[in-house]
Design a protein around this ligand. Structure first.
Ligand code: GTB
Length: 215
């Protein structure tokens, strides 16, 4: 049974924004049970955790001799070893992987940049000038993605690891108001969140937060 790591006390208060969510969701989609080891911020920077992830971050993934970090690599590993997250046709499989990269390399950077500014830079003198610039960069990508998915439920045929990654990246915009400007994308994220595997993963990470706040 694989073991993943997750925040002992997630700063998102169980809203499923921490990146263990995408790994949990992938494991739920393929029906693979897993263990979770919760780590504190301090423990993530200690040698035992740095041996799993040299950047001292969660999530990590351990299964037998294999240790992985980086959610792209972890989700791809899960998708390659189980049925359900990648098409069997070779070209369709490569396209699904391309969508995983698009989520991580093309969408996630401007989305994270905007989120970080909204969280940590509000008090800066230049915040009011910088915010619309960051929002516009995100809008550019959302507009392009919106045109792509306007006619379809998923990015390329059936639901795949590409959709799983894209939905988790787009969910980071939940509190930004930007998703409301793109109804096709909001509906796409809603379809992802309605999947039973997503719900199970979400409830599991929420249970960690609820237990931490009770103790
Ligand atoms: N590229 C890596 C991957 O995809 O695996 C990035 C991993 C990463 O960013 N991990 C974060 C982490 O460990 C947690 S998910 N941070 C601690 C550190 O760097 O010291 C990022 C995250 C954190 C909190 C929220 N939130 O509160 O809403 C959302 C996302």
């Amino acid at each position: 049974m694989p073991t993943i790591t997750a925040f002992e006390n997630s700063p998102d208060r169980g809203r499923g924004q921490a990146r263990d969510m995408r790994v949990r969701w992938a494991l739920e989609e393929v029906g693979q049970p897993y263990d979770v080891r919760l780590v504190s911020f301090a423990a993530m920077k200690q040698p035992a955790h740095l041996a799993l992830n040299p950047f001292g971050q969660i999530p990590t993934y351990e299964d037998g001799d294999l240790v992985l970090f980086e959610t792209g690599a972890i989700v791809l590993h899960i998708a390659e070893r189980h049925a359900g997250l990648l098409p069997t046709d070779a070209n369709a499989r490569s396209r699904a992987i391309a969508w995983m990269f698009a989520a991580l390399n093309t969408l996630e950077p401007p989305i994270v940049e905007l989120g970080m500014a909204m969280l940590f830079e509000r008090d800066q003198s230049w915040y009011a000038e910088r915010l619309p610039i960051l929002q516009e960069r995100v809008r550019t990508r959302l507009g392009e993605l919106s045109r792509h998915i306007s006619e379809a439920d998923w990015l390329d045929g059936a639901f795949s690891a590409g959709d799983l990654m894209m939905v988790t990246v787009l969910r980071r915009l939940n509190t930004s108001g930007l998703l409301d400007e793109y109804p096709e994308i909001a509906a796409y994220v809603g379809r992802g969140e309605a999947r039973p595997a997503f719900r199970r993963a979400f409830e599991a990470q929420l249970a960690v937060f609820n237990a931490a706040s009770r103790s």
